[in-house]
Design a protein around this ligand. Structure first.
Ligand code: FES
Length: 143
């Protein structure tokens, strides 16, 4: 199995790892395929994701995808973060081995879960913004 240099880089030195104590959106997602878990913390101000951190009990691919996915959404409006697909994340990493694509879904789903939690805390129905969250990984391509 071959990992791209970018994957190796982000695995060896992942960005945005940790916990945000005063996060106002927290999402936790389990990967039904392998049992790995990802927790995502968001700090949102005026619809902008001003800070994001993650923790994962996951494989190298899960760590690398979360690292780059959190880079991509940091400083972005919620609407942009919701458009982030695992496909875009995989492309940003110069690809992942096919058997590892399910790992990249974890980051996308954890971000959506954290945004849903943010809306719930605002007293809003998260489904209106985020849509229904899959309980499991969606292994289909998003084209
Ligand atoms: Fe579980 Fe990659 S093997 S997230």
């Amino acid at each position: 199995m071959e990992y791209s240099e970018k994957v190796m880089e982000h695995f060896a030195n992942p960005h945005n790892v940790g916990v945000i104590e005063d996060a106002n959106g927290v999402g936790e997602i389990g990967n039904a395929k392998c049992g790995d878990i990802m927790k995502m913390y968001l700090k949102i101000e005026n619809d902008i994701i001003v800070d994001v951190k993650f923790k994962t009990y996951g494989c190298a691919s899960a760590i690398a995808t979360s690292s780059i996915a959190t880079d991509l959404i940091k400083g972005q409006p919620i609407s942009e973060a919701l458009k982030l697909t695992n496909k875009a994340v995989v492309e940003a990493l110069d690809g992942l081995p096919a058997v590892k694509i399910h790992c990249s879904v974890l980051a996308e789903q954890a971000i959506k879960a954290a945004i849903a939690d943010y809306y719930t805390r605002q007293g809003l129905d998260p489904e209106l913004y985020v849509g229904k969250l899959d309980d499991c990984c969606d292994l289909h391509d998003h084209h």
